[in-house]
Design a binder for this molecule. Structure first.
Ligand code: SF4
Ligand code: SF4
Ligand code: SF4
Ligand code: FES
Length: 930
């Protein structure tokens, strides 16, 4: 397989139908209005030389290499900045143009190191290519005069270098950082000959606001900005299109390899979720897959106090099957279960729930989505009839108002965060409801109209107050509600009650009533308003209520069923949506169909050849409780470090310690494997063959770039365990598993690997009614028929601040790290976040005698841990914040077992804590990094 090179059309596509006819070098082409001459030429197969233009950036017109002649126009205009006009006649090749272009190139080359043969970009350098294209053979000017050849290289970024001596000041990097990424970390300093690229205020990349997304590296036409992996390993020679294994944005990448080694990950332009962009994790943090910590052989031990013993697959799988059956013989069929992983593929997850239901003979299967987005599934199903977001990411390009609640997209969903910023720069308005002043509230060229710093645990009071304003101020979309919804009248009575008014809840939410009213008017008055939300909504005792509250608000204002509107969960892990779709919950078969439904169950019983239990099984917290009670004794955990990620660590470890058999399947030995008897090595995304489903219901292919380093695919291991337990479960390959999913799950019936390979990706439902998939849901009607208004009483959480625990802890993620950090901690990303920090408002710190960098004790009623403090103005008084990326901190030691009333999703976002000084930072200690 060779290296996949996408065509660069030079300037972005313009919207609209092709309507303008032009003739270029005798060829006629029809393009939309506003298209550049350069792009029109490219579309009819004529490549005009260029350096400063590339098709994901607006044209800039600085290099003057793309000059053309146009009939009736004076001089030779730049084709990148000249839009087409009806009847235009263009010539791209004349002796005069050739002469002009050679002259331009000569100037560039005369100030460029002539080390092409040893340059890491040799063969992948546009400057080199263009020198060839314009036929430059010799340079008349020497290097004696003033030049930039001695400028230093900035190697502060862990992944790429900036060799200023090779820079041609084309500004592509500067524009990529602004237009694509939205960070604006780079500028061109100076004028004329003095022009040079500067990061931040002229410091290094690491000192600047750079978030290491790599857009500038990708945009650079020379090797000025160059991945260090290319320098070290050489230019890649082949590529495979696959999907990022980090967050729920689901970016498509070209994994570019040399031999079997991944040289770099290049965001794929045709990837519909990311359109050629990426963040630091997806682009650079893939080294964990070849980290020496990877455990590649299965391991066993009888007791967790014994050392591990490496064994062959056969012994490990045989042991798991035998022990699981022994436990069932002793304690009953329901004494074992499994947890599937949102980091694994749909196919890998599907076989886990099948193993539990068909081979274990119970429904004790749950997924890590339990602890993040289970309220999304519940809330949206109750109101709209589908357990998923309503829009595609692209839809936000049509939003006039964006309401972000409990999400921090620039850190947790960075590529979508960049898309939101772009829309905001185009003029959309932003409302942020979050206790913290997240970056989107104010960043370069972005300023939220309203920041509603809602007190943790009071979201439902906030959303009810917004709906109250809509109903009482005459902002309801009556036509939409009358035609499309039910139970409105009752809900209207409920929500109009004075106790839901912004004035009444001001003392609960902490949000001034006037601000809340103004924000609501902005949302309700917009032509298109959309809601984006994250775990700050779901990880609460009223997570499900809040999801339904947002659904009510969107329906009442008619913001459902077209582009630019909707209610959209931003999913944390890469395959949260998929793991839920695949029937990982104890009460639901694939496609969110209840296990008690005889017809649905019958379909699976016929296909699987087993009678399935009609009662829902145990959820994760129930499994832990039952283990402590001695009735649940065997657990299979797929790719999830529950000790680190689940709340109340002490309770989790007590449960695992009580079990007779804990089987962990993962890449690395982790905190959970300390309590395991069997370790089954898993595969990284580079070895997997399957699909992930992202936050917009998009099913993306995950293609292997190498064979499993462990010798077995994860789905094979699960099948073999089922077989060892006497249940015949076998597939030739993962495509066959997807075929079974399609056969049994109506929303997936049109999905196959062949289809995905043909069209790139599809959004479910993908079936006969929607063969190309469904980007926008609920267009003509809700999936459940009518959208249902649901009463959403605000019930305060039991977790309150007290004299003993006067602060509220809320937890979350930061950009460079991912979840429990198992992957990102084993990459260069630790340069940005080597430890979890406790963010604290200066006032809360001062009254406790705490300074930046001090080590503090963080205690709740269930546990205590210690970590360093970062004083942060963005925190509100009374609220502290930390991440859970490092096991040494063990943030979940302090989180409680409080959970969402409907789904048991833990209340990670509200823990009453006290913070006290433990060790002052040494005077010379560095202040905590961001
Ligand atoms: S890596 Fe991204 S954020 Fe950093 S300078 Fe380049 S484009 Fe800007
Ligand atoms: S670093 Fe690269 S992209 Fe940026 S101005 Fe220099 S040559 Fe152009
Ligand atoms: S935004 Fe998410 S999916 Fe995209 S590259 Fe970053 S981590 Fe990967
Ligand atoms: S490519 Fe048109 S001026 Fe540089």
């Amino acid at each position: 397989m060779s290296l996949i090179k996408e065509q660069d059309y030079g300037t972005p596509a313009r919207p609209g139908e092709p309507s303008v006819s032009v003739e270029i070098d005798g060829k006629r082409v029809l393009v939309p209005e506003g298209t550049s001459v350069m792009r029109a030429a490219a579309e009819c197969g004529i490549d005009i030389p260029k350096l400063c233009a590339t098709d994901n950036l607006e044209p800039f017109g600085s290099c003057r290499l793309c000059l053309v002649d146009i009939d009736g126009r004076k001089g030779s205009p730049a084709s990148c900045t000249t839009p087409v006009a009806e009847g235009m006649k263009v010539r791209t090749q004349t002796p005069e143009l050739a002469q002009l272009r050679r002259g331009v190139m000569e100037l560039y080359i005369s100030d460029h190191p002539l080390d092409c043969l040893t340059c890491p970009a040799n063969g992948d350098c546009e400057l080199q290519d263009m020198a060839g294209v314009v036929g430059l053979r010799e340079v008349r000017y020497g290097f004696e005069g003033e030049n930039h050849l001695d400028l230093p290289t900035d190697s502060t970024n862990p992944y790429f270098d900036f060799d200023a001596s090779k820079c041609i000041a084309c500004s592509r990097c500067v524009r990529a950082c602004g237009e694509v990424q939205g960070t604006f970390a780079l500028t061109i300093e100076g004028r004329g000959f003095e022009s040079k690229v500067a990061a931040g205020a002229g410091g290094t990349f690491m000192e600047s606001d750079c978030v290491s997304c790599g857009a500038c590296v990708q945009a650079c036409p020379t090797s000025t900005l160059q991945e260090r992996s290319v320098v070290e390993l050489g230019m890649p020679t082949r590529s495979v299109i696959t999907t990022c294994a980090y967050c729920g944005v689901g970016c498509s990448f070209k994994a570019e390899l040399r031999g079997d080694e991944v040289v770099r990950m290049v965001p794929y332009k045709d990837g519909k979720a990311n359109e050629g962009h990426s963040c630091v994790k997806g682009r650079f943090a893939f080294g964990y897959a070849s980290h020496p910590d990877r455990q590649l052989k299965p391991m066993l031990r009888e007791r967790i106090t014994e050392p591990w013993r490496e064994v062959e697959w056969e012994e490990a799988i045989g042991y798991v099957g035998r022990r699981m059956m022994e436990i069932q013989a002793r304690h009953g069929a329901g004494a074992i279960g499994g947890i599937s992983s949102s980091r694994c593929t749909n196919e890998e997850v599907y076989v886990v729930q099948k193993m539990v239901r068909a081979a274990f003979g119970n429904n004790n299967v749950d997924t890590c989505a339990r602890v993040c987005h289970s309220p999304t599934g519940y809330g949206l199903k109750q109101t709209y009839g589908t357990s998923a977001g309503t829009q595609d990411f692209k839809s936000v390009d049509k939003a006039d108002v964006i309401l972000i609640i409990g999400a921090n997209p620039t850190d947790a969903h960075p590529v979508f965060g960049s898309r939101i910023k772009r829309r905001l720069r185009q003029g959309a308005k932003l409302i942020v409801a979050d206790p913290r002043r997240i970056d989107l509230v104010r960043s370069p060229h972005v300023q939220a109209e309203h920041h509603l710093p809602v007190r943790p645990g009071t979201n439902v009071a906030l959303i009810n107050a917004m709906s109250h304003v809509v109903v009482t101020e005459g902002l309801v979309d009556r036509e939409f509600v009358d035609e499309r919804c039910e139970d409105f009248a009752e809900w209207e009575r409920f929500i109009s009650a004075p106790e839901h008014s912004p004035e009444a809840v001001e003392s609960i939410t902490g949000i001034p009533a006037a601000e809340l009213r103004a924000a609501t008017r902005l949302y309700a008055g917009a032509r298109n308003a959309t809601i984006m939300y994250g775990l700050g909504v779901t990880e609460h005792s009223q997570g499900s209520t809040m999801v339904m509250g947002m659904a009510n608000l969107a329906m009442a204002t008619g913001n459902i069923g077209r582009e630019g509107v909707g209610v959209n969960p931003l999913r944390g892990q890469n395959n949260v949506q998929g793991s839920c779709d695949m029937g990982s919950f104890p009460h639901e078969l694939p496609g969110y169909r209840h296990i008690s439904d005889d017809v649905v169950r019958g379909t699976f019983e016929t296909l699987w050849g087993r009678v399935l239990h009609p009662e829902p099984g145990l959820r994760i917290p129930n499994m832990f409780d039952a283990a402590i009670d001695g009735t649940f004794m065997g657990l299979f955990v797929q790719g999830e470090d529950i000790v680190q990620s689940d709340p109340n660590t002490k309770h989790v470890t007590a449960a695992l310690s009580a079990m007779d058999l804990v089987v962990v399947q993962d890449l690395f030995l982790n905190e959970t494997s300390k309590y395991a008897h069997v370790f089954l090595p898993g595969t990284s995304f580079l070895e997997k063959n399957g699909t992930f489903t992202n936050a917009e219901r998009r099913i993306n292919r995950v293609r292997p770039v190498m064979a499993p380093r462990t010798g077995k695919h994860e789905w094979e291991i699960v099948c073999e365990i089922a077989q060892a337990m006497g249940y015949p479960m076998k597939y030739d390959d993962s495509a066959q598993i997807m075929d079974e999913i399609a056969m049994t799950t109506p929303t997936f019936s049109g999905v196959s690997f062949a289809k995905l390979d043909q069209v790139g990706s599809v959004q479910w439902p993908c079936n006969d009614a929607a063969p190309e998939g469904t980007p926008i849901m609920h267009i003509d009607g809700f999936v459940r028929g009518k959208g249902r208004f649901v009463m959403t009483d605000y019930v305060p959480t039991q977790e309150r601040s007290t004299r003993k625990f006067p602060l509220i802890l809320t937890t979350g993620r930061i950009l460079s790290q991912y979840n429990v950090g198992a992957q990102t901690r084993r990459t260069g990303n630790t340069a940005w976040h080597p430890e979890d920090l406790l963010e604290m408002h200066p006032h809360d710190a001062e009254v406790r005698g705490i300074r930046d960098g001090d080590t503090v004790a963080l205690a709740s009623r269930v546990g205590e841990t210690s970590l360093r403090v970062k004083i942060a103005e963005r925190m509100p008084v009374g609220v502290v914040y930390t991440t859970f990326h490092h096991p040494v901190t063990g943030a979940n030691v302090v989180t409680t077992e409080n959970s969402d009333w409907a789904t048991n999703c833990p209340e990670y976002k509200v823990t009453a804590v006290q913070v006290s000084l433990k060790h002052p930072a040494p005077v010379s200690a560095p202040a905590p990094v961001k």
